[in-house]
Ligand binder design. Structure first.
Ligand SMILES: *[C@@H]1O[C@H](CO)[C@@H](O)[C@H](O)[C@H]1NC(C)=O
Ligand SMILES: *[C@@H]1O[C@H](CO)[C@@H](O)[C@H](O)[C@H]1NC(C)=O
Length: 478
C-alpha cells in the first residue's frame, strides 16, 4: 500500500513537471524590430507567440523592466517615436508570464554640415611637408567617411600616398601628386535609407622647391646702344619668384614674376671690360645663385670656314652633306647660305637649316642640290654690319663602291702587315750600316717650315677629316 501511494505521487509529480515545461515553451513570445533607427523617425516592434491564434496581452518593456505600452491581440505591433532616450534593450512579456528575446536599439543622428579642415591652414605646403585633412560634421552619429582627390575616390589601395583613419586623411610627405582638390562625404551607417553629407572642395597647393637658376643672354641693338637681354630661369619650382640681377657682384635689378623666368636689359659694349653677371632666384624659403657668365660681346671676324661631313649610302656613295659654317670669331653670329650665288631660303625641299642656320643639311644630292655652296656671317645684333663670306664649297654626288667582303679586307691587311715587318727589318739593318746619313736627314727636316697647326682653321680641317673617315668606316661596316 505504501509503495503504491509513493508510486502515484511520483507519477503525478513527473506529469505536472512535463505540463509546466510544455506550457512555458508554448507561451514564449518572440520580439522583432530594428537595431538602428534615425532620431525622430518611427520604429515598429512586432511581438507574437509563434503558432498561437488567440488574443493575448503583450507588454513592451525596456532595460530594467520599465513598461512602455501594452497591446492585446494574437500578434501585436508597437509603434514608437525615436527620441534621444530611445536607445536601449527592448523585450516583450505576456501578462500570463513568458518573456521574449531582447532587441538592442541604437539611435542614429542623421549627418549634416560636413566640411574639411586642414593642418596647416590654409593648405599650402612645400614638397616633403606633412598635411592632415579632417572631415568635420556639425551633427551625426554612426558615421563612415569617404575621401575624394580630384573627384577620384581615395581608397585603401592608394595607401602609399595617403593614410586614412576614421575621419582623417594624412599625407606624411607631400609630393606634386598630392596637389589638387579634396572633399569628403560623411555617411550614416544604415542598411537602408543611408544619408550623406558632402563637403565643399578644398584646394591643396604643393609648392615645388626651385632648382638653381641659369643665366643666358642675347644682344640687341637699341639705336646705337648695345643691350644685353639677360635671361634668368629656373627649370623647376613654383611661382611667384623673385629674380635679382648682379653685375660684378652688385645688385642691379630685381623682378617679381609669376613664371619661372625673368629677363633684364643691361647695356654692354663690344670689347668692353670683362663684366661677370649672376642672377639669384628667391622664394620665401630659398635663395639660389647662378654660375657667373661673362657679358662678352665679340663681333664676327676672321676667316669663315665651312666644314663638310658627307653622309654615305650602303655602297659608300655620297648621298647627302652636312655643312657647318664657322667664323674665326664672334659671339652672336647670324648666318646666311647661297648655292651657285643664289641665296637660299630658310627651308626648301632640297635642304634644311639647323642651329640658327649655322648648319645646312642637303637632302639627296641631285643635279638640283649639287653646286657651289657658300656661307656668310655677320653680327646678329647689327643689321648694318657687312657679311663675311666663306670660299665656295663644291658639293656633288660621287659614285658608290661595292662593299669589300671581310675576307678580302683580312687578306689585304695581312699582306700589308707582312710588308711592314719585312720593310721594318730591312730599314733596321740599313740604319745600322749608315747611321750618319739618317742624322743628316733629320737635320734637314727641322729646317723645313713648320705647318702652323695652332690656327683655328687648320684645327677645324683636321677635325673634319677625322669625321669623314669615321663616317667612311661606318659606311663600310654597313
Ligand atoms: C628678352 O628675351 C626674352 C626671352 O628670353 C624675350 O621674351 C623678351 O621679349 C626679350 N626682350 C627684349 C626687349 O627683346
Ligand atoms: C645702321 O645704319 C643706320 C643708318 O645708316 C644708322 O642710323 C644706325 O645707327 C646704324 N646702326 C648701327 C647699329 O650701327
Amino acid at each position: 500500500m505504501e509503495e503504491s501511494v509513493y508510486f502515484l505521487f511520483m507519477s503525478l509529480f513527473v506529469l505536472m513537471g512535463l505540463l509546466t515545461q510544455t506550457g512555458r515553451s508554448h507561451f514564449q513570445p518572440v520580439l522583432s524590430g530594428p537595431s538602428r533607427a534615425y532620431l525622430r523617425s518611427r520604429v515598429h516592434f512586432h511581438c507574437e507567440v509563434p503558432g498561437w491564434t488567440s488574443p493575448l496581452t503583450y507588454e513592451l518593456r525596456k532595460d530594467d523592466g520599465y513598461l512602455i505600452t501594452t497591446e492585446v491581440n494574437t500578434m501585436v505591433t508597437f509603434s514608437l517615436k525615436v527620441t534621444e532616450e530611445s536607445k536601449g534593450k527592448y523585450y516583450c512579456r505576456l501578462t500570463t508570464g513568458g518573456q521574449s528575446n531582447t532587441v538592442h536599439l541604437q539611435v542614429v543622428i542623421p549627418v549634416q554640415g560636413t566640411s574639411v579642415t586642414s593642418e596647416p591652414d590654409p593648405p599650402v605646403i612645400y614638397e616633403r611637408e606633412p598635411l592632415v585633412l579632417r572631415c568635420f560634421v556639425s551633427r551625426g552619429t554612426h558615421l563612415s567617411f569617404m575621401w575624394y582627390h580630384n573627384r577620384q575616390e581615395v581608397t585603401s589601395s592608394s595607401s602609399e600616398l595617403y593614410r586614412l583613419s576614421e575621419s582623417t586623411l594624412t599625407v606624411d610627405r607631400a609630393g606634386e601628386q598630392h596637389a589638387g582638390t579634396y572633399s569628403c562625404t560623411a555617411q550614416n551607417q544604415m542598411d537602408d535609407d543611408t544619408r550623406y553629407s558632402s563637403s565643399r572642395n578644398l584646394e591643396v597647393v604643393v609648392k615645388k622647391f626651385i632648382s638653381s637658376p641659369r643665366l643666358t643672354f642675347t644682344v640687341l641693338c637699341d639705336g646705337s646702344d648695345l643691350l644685353a637681354n639677360i635671361s634668368c630661369a629656373v627649370e623647376r619650382g613654383s611661382p611667384p619668384l623673385t629674380f635679382l640681377l648682379l653685375v660684378d657682384e652688385v645688385e642691379i635689378q630685381e623682378k617679381q614674376v609669376s613664371t619661372l623666368t625673368a629677363w633684364f636689359l643691361q647695356p654692354v659694349s663690344v670689347r668692353g671690360n670683362m663684366t661677370a653677371a649672376r642672377c639669384k632666384a628667391k622664394t620665401e624659403t630659398q635663395l639660389l645663385t647662378s654660375d657667373p657668365v661673362n657679358l662678352a660681346v665679340v663681333p664676327v671676324g676672321g676667316v669663315v670656314e665651312v666644314m663638310v661631313t658627307y653622309l654615305y649610302d650602303a655602297d659608300g656613295g655620297v648621298t647627302a652633306a652636312r655643312l657647318r659654317c664657322v667664323p674665326g670669331r664672334g659671339t652672336f653670329p647670324a648666318f646666311s647660305w647661297s648655292l651657285n650665288h643664289t641665296s637660299l631660303p630658310a627651308e626648301s625641299d632640297s635642304h634644311a637649316l639647323a642651329q640658327n642656320a649655322q648648319i645646312l643639311i642637303t637632302t639627296h644630292i641631285t643635279a638640283v642640290t649639287s653646286g657651289y655652296y657658300r656661307c656668310a656671317v655677320r653680327d646678329s645684333f647689327n643689321h648694318n654690319s657687312t657679311w663675311l663670306e666663306s670660299s665656295d664649297i663644291h658639293i656633288q654626288k660621287t659614285a658608290g663602291f661595292r662593299v669589300v667582303p671581310m675576307e678580302i679586307v683580312a687578306l689585304v691587311f695581312c699582306g700589308f702587315l707582312s710588308m711592314v715587318i719585312v720593310g721594318g727589318t730591312f730599314c733596321l739593318l740599313w740604319n745600322r750600316s749608315s747611321g750618319i746619313e739618317t742624322h743628316r736627314s733629320k737635320e734637314v727636316h727641322q729646317t723645313d717650315p713648320i705647318i702652323d697647326s695652332g690656327l683655328p682653321g687648320a684645327d677645324v680641317c683636321l677635325e673634319t677629316q677625322s669625321i669623314e673617315m669615321k663616317t667612311l668606316v661606318v659606311g663600310l661596316e654597313v
